[in-house]
Design a protein around this ligand. Structure first.
Ligand SMILES: *Cc1c(COP(=O)(O)O)cnc(C)c1O
Length: 358
């Protein structure tokens, strides 16, 4: 049996919307998709060229390039409108409303709970402890899994704590869940961490799926492009239930440009800069009188506990600096999440915090 047997039974025979562009015919006169015959922009080099035509459901050049960069088979990669879309589609594909559940450690990325609730699935959480630096015991997470658990989601590096869970924990979880549930590992920030992607384990674990995004290290949050990496049968399933043309043509052009060899060299240099800046911010924050604790981070952000998070948030805002107030999340009282910016931006932040009384 495979984890695919855990897909909603009513979707087992689900057939995709048969869009014109899915059929793969080759023709120079296209009268198949009710498009306008006139291109508003005749310049082929312009990203706005060809906008009169629907894009490919899975733009081949981008799919192949991302698969190459991530070291996976093209058939094992699905492109979506940000990784948020892949999260949403997996929840929809697997979870029966009112019956099934999803398991995740918290605190974590809020979209998992939102997506689960929208699908009518219960969101079960294992509360990790700030005192324990948000350490994850796989056995405790597995203890929440029952016959109606369809997905287990682990974000690593975790947003908003910055904690890294790669290594044995992922392998153990995937192995224990095997045919019972899909293990979804969200690697939105992995470029800032010094670890190999969990996608290397997909050969061993058919129930493992990995999320990557162009929104963070690749500086394309506005393009809305994410990737799901998983076994072919899971990719096929997601492709069948997805909207016919998820990726806008200009976004695909922007992504291809951002993934050129020259751009990747620049991206790599910026990652090195951000990681060095992150370590500088962590050290400087730890020395501030108004800061109680700073957690080590493997992402492009830092989580810190303040003596008075609200006052700190307000003081920063007075200086025109916006950070994320995460203090309402369970276990994160008095905590703020600070994204690492340019050296100038980080210095501006530290200038406000260093001199401040608690
Ligand atoms: C930012 C972020 C993403 C990226 O989502 P996109 O839809 O690809 O922009 C995914 N997961 C986590 C945990 C994030 O913080």
């Amino acid at each position: 049996m495979s984890v695919l047997a855990r897909v909603r039974p009513d979707l087992a025979q689900f057939s995709a919307y048969a869009s014109a562009r899915r059929s793969g015919f080759n023709a120079h006169i296209r009268l198949d998709a009710n498009e306008s015959p006139w291109d508003r922009n005749g310049n082929e080099d312009d990203p706005a060229a060809n906008l009169n035509r629907y894009p490919s459901p899975q733009p081949e050049a981008l799919r192949a390039r991302l698969a190459q960069i991530h070291g996976v088979d093209t058939q094992r990669l699905w492109l979506g409108r940000g990784s948020d879309e892949a999260i949403d589609l997996l929840l929809r594909a697997f979870c029966r409303a009112g019956r099934d559940n999803v398991v995740a450690p918290t605190p974590t990325f809020g979209m998992y709970r939102v997506g689960a609730q929208l699908q009518g699935a219960q969101f079960r959480t294992l509360a990790l402890s700030a005192d324990d630096d948000f350490a994850l015991d796989p056995d405790k997470l597995l203890a929440l899994v029952d016959a109606d658990t369809k997905l287990v989601i682990v974000c690593s590096p975790n947003n908003p704590t910055g904690t890294l869970y790669h290594g044995d924990a992922i392998d153990r979880l995937a192995g224990s869940l095997a045919e019972r549930a899909l293990l979804l590992v969200d690697e939105a920030y992995i470029e800032f961490a010094d670890v190999a992607s969990a996608s290397e384990l997909i050969d061993r674990h058919a129930n493992l799926a990995v999320l990557r995004t162009l929104s963070k290290a690749h500086a394309l949050a506005g393009a809305r492009i994410g990737a799901l990496i998983a076994r072919e049968e899971i990719i096929d399933l997601v492709g069948r239930i997805a909207a016919p043309y998820p990726l806008p043509t200009p976004s695909v052009a922007a992504a291809l440009a951002a993934l050129s060899p020259e751009s990747l060299i620049q991206t790599q240099a910026r990652i090195v800069t951000l990681v060095a800046e992150r370590e500088r911010v962590v050290r400087a924050l730890a020395a501030c009188t108004g800061v109680r604790k700073v957690w080590p981070s493997a992402g492009n952000f830092v989580l810190a506990r303040f003596v008075d998070a609200q006052a700190t948030f307000a003081r920063l805002l007075d200086a025109g600096i916006l950070v994320r107030d995460v203090s309402a999340q369970p276990g994160l009282a008095q905590c703020l999440r600070i994204t690492i910016g340019t050296a100038t931006e980080n210095t501006a932040l530290l200038d406000v915090l260093v001199g401040a009384k608690p």
